[in-house]
Design a protein around this ligand. Structure first.
Ligand code: IPM
Ligand code: MG
Length: 376
């Protein structure tokens, strides 16, 4: 089967880490006999420089026709002028919105190989295996924004809006995810203060009790959740929350994994890929890290794990995704690590880590597929 993958390297360390993820996907195609067609496109600051806009029509076109999109990162000081009319981040937000990628899955399962890299005690990290499902196309990110002059300065306004439908659809994805795991769902809000949170809580309670009676639901306020993520992270299975809370909590959760450089994400909507699975946008959760860009020191594991999620969620290639994850562990075990997670001795470069993963994939045993009848 032929799959089309749009590749959007973006800015800063985006191109470096994306190169490694694409190398890994090429190796998977080669080893497992798939046909992946890659289409490179511009986004973010790179797109502003080349075309004047952060999400050019050609990029939208490449993404709309793809089964999955692999993205690096967007943003950087070059485009950071607060008065600028166009910003790199608009490219990413625009893409999420245009493709209606409303559910952002951010799995956090710290590797025991990296427990040294986290500032938390190993006993706190034990048994941590959680997924944050972050609502991605609503809330403050997409509400009306305004500035107006007042006496003594200006007034700035951001608005937070959620509809019943927007909450229902992301809660369904989260509850479905919980069903395939330990069956526990934590909904995070600020219902003691915000009206959107009260609607969120009401809708979540109804959807879970009517459609997912087998899923255990709890509600936790966002401030308490921020604390529990550090004090008792293993209590969480699936966490569902609105856009901005999810953005903040997942950077916090990255501390559990040892480095923000190792966390992947999958953004899914309701449009289907050729494998009849959701078309998704896959990106590491880290940013463009301009301070270290172009120096081959960025950790490519978040991007490579994002490629594994792409194989699993949009292409349905579970064994291939597992093989990539195993190859990453084997590489870490050999001590081939970038500076953010290196233990002793010299740190490896971005490309060396990528090459390590590719080498392990090349020696993986391919399971023999047995045809069991039915349509070929
Ligand atoms: C993320 C990033 C983005 C976000 C930025 C780059 C707009 O922080 O994906 O978490 O806030 O969603
Ligand atoms: Mg973020």
């Amino acid at each position: 089967m032929r799959y089309r993958i749009a590749v959007l390297p973006g800015d800063g360390i985006g191109p470096e880490v994306t190169t490694e993820a694409v190398n890994v996907l090429r190796t998977v195609a080669d080893r497992f006999g798939h046909d992946f067609e890659f289409h490179d496109a511009l986004i973010g600051g790179a797109a502003i420089d080349a075309t004047g806009v952060p999400l050019p029509p050609a990029t939208l076109y490449a993404c709309s026709g793809a089964d999955a999109i692999l993205l690096g990162a967007v943003g950087g000081p070059k485009w950071d002028d607060p008065a600028a009319r166009v910003r790199p981040e608009q490219g990413l937000l625009g893409l999420r919105k245009r493709l209606e990628l409303f559910a952002n899955l951010r799995p956090v399962k710290p590797s025991p190989l990296l427990s040294n890299a986290s500032p938390l005690k190993p006993e706190i990290l034990q048994d941590v295996d959680l997924v944050v499902v972050r609502e991605l196309t609503g809330g403050l990110y997409f509400g009306e924004q305004r500035r107006e002059a007042i006496t003594n300065g200006e007034r700035a306004t951001d608005t937070c809006t959620y509809t019943t439908g927007e909450i229902e659809r992301v809660v369904r994805i989260a509850a479905t995810t919980a069903r395939t795991r330990r069956g526990k769902l934590t909904s995070v809000d600020k219902a003691n203060v915000l009206e959107t949170s009260r609607l969120w809580r009401q809708v979540t309670t109804r959807v879970v009790s009517e459609e997912f009676p087998d899923v255990e639901l709890e509600h936790v306020l966002v401030d308490a959740c921020a604390m529990m993520l550090i004090t008792e992270p293993s209590r969480f299975d699936v966490v569902v929350t609105e856009n901005l809370f999810g953005d903040i909590l997942t950077d916090e959760a990255a501390v559990l994994a040892g480095s923000i450089g190792v966390l992947p994400s999958a953004s899914l909507g309701s449009r289907q890929s050729s494998a009849l699975l959701p078309i998704g946008l896959y990106e590491p959760i880290h940013g463009s890290a301009p301070a270290i860009a172009g120096r081959q020191v960025a950790n490519p594991i978040g991007a490579i794990l994002s490629a594994a999620l792409l194989l699993r969620h949009s292409l349905g290639l579970e064994a291939e995704a597992d093989a990539v994850e195993t190859a990453i562990s084997a590489t870490l075990e050999e001590g081939i690590r970038t500076a953010d997670i290196a233990t002793n001795g010299a740190a490896a470069s971005t490309a060396q880590v990528g090459a390590g993963v590719v080498r392990h994939l090349q020696s993986v045993r391919i399971p023999v597929t047995v045809w069991r009848g039915g349509p070929a």
